[in-house]
Design a protein around this ligand. Sequence first.
Ligand code: GLN
Length: 528
Amino acid sequence: MAKYIFVTGGVASSLGKGIAAASIGCLMKSRGLKVTLLKFDPYLNVDAGTMNPYQHGEVYVTGDGAETDLDLGHYERFLHADMSRQNNVTTGQIYESIISAEREGRYLGQTIQVIPHVTTEIKSRMTALGAQADIVVIEIGGTVGDIEGLPFLEAARQLRLEVGKDNVVYVHVTLLPYVKASEELKTKPTQHSVNKLREIGIDPDIIIARTERRLTEELKAKISLFTSVPREAVIEALDVETIYEVPLLFARQGVDEQILMLLRSRCKQRDMDQWSRMVDAAKNPDHELTIHVAGKYTELKDAYKSIWEALAHGGIANRSKVRIQYIDTENADLERELASARAILVPGGFGDRGIEGKIEASRIARLRKIPYFGICLGMQTATIEVARNVLKLKGANSTEFNAKTRYPVIDLLPEQRKVRQMGATMRLGNYPCKIKRSSLAAEAYKAGQVLERHRHRYELNNRYRDDFEKAGLKITGIYPKKNLAEIVELKNHPWFVAVQFHPELRSRPLEPHPLFRDFVKAALANKN
Ligand code: GLN
């Protein structure tokens, strides 16, 4: 029978609850248990697909094409396992299925209510995953006390009653703010948030206290006294240099041992050797490197979370620290800012804001022979640039940015033209990509075919493919079924690779994505 570990949050948002949940999952997996994670998002959107990355960070796409919360990215990176649409459930989804069942008459005349109908639906999502794993770590989004979160917490409470005390553990992540004037860490907000949890009927078993300073034994004792959580179950979660250190930080404080004791679970010793070596490589690099990222959401790091992580993984593979310099393509003087760049990455994006600047960044990379990695939109900008400046197709564009362009080198396929509904209608999730021999892609992947994840509507227009090949922009990856260009590379350039998919979604710290690894390698080789 599966065991369930709930992770809730208190005091403030953005405490790294997702990383805490993923780290617990990572430790459980290292003990040979079959682990999966579930994120509940209490918002009404059916999925994250239509949400602005400014508000919520990047939209993470799973292999089966679900547009999910970015925490699923952490889950995949900490677990080295693929998540699916079952691993992220929103209030919108819960209500959608209840309402459609009601319309079908499946409730046989009952009055449909939050308790029991909504909570039952929520529990069924938990147990569906429980049927596939030894351990299900369940993160409840938001902060305890939010109105939207209540049905999820109620379901978490009920589940313990149903599956038994030994099969459920509650972990609560809180913040200990440091007050400068009195030079103290404050425990009061934690007390309040635990009380709030108690009102709902949940007694936390473990408290993970986020803090910038070390916790003294007295403070631990105080938290323990006020929350009735044993002292050894009050865990200090100090800020760390790399997020991949968090599982080790938890292991040192025996978080996994305590959870297993509460769950009366027997399993093998933890084995974090390979993980520790990776963290060691991340913390002690031999090189340092700055990569210029010409994007749109430059103010918010979370908007490109997976790219950031994939670059870090590429760095680890090359024993290099990778710093990112964001370039605002709307306002910056690109010639000046990119003149000394060692490598340029143009990430994915939607809409025409800053687009001319991104096209310009692709041009600078081509002409100055700066290693270039284009991702999704970054492949489209590279293509538009070559069309305009090498093929001399004046005004060439994507029909996303100019519907009336004379040269639609990037365009919609007929099936996308018909789309009226925005949610979940892009080309999403895994598609096979056939790799051309003797290409940079083949050198990186060392495989004839790969599977990569997509999230876009527009494609390279096949009408121009021969022209691009002649101009030196080689199509080196193809989705065979529809004969679509998935990878392009520039000839006579040290490293210029642009892909229509999102390779960053498949990069893991212990298995860095081959294209990110080789991009970082090319950047290190560029002594600009
Ligand atoms: N806006 C482009 C498209 O829809 C690129 C999308 C992306 O970069 N994810 O095709």
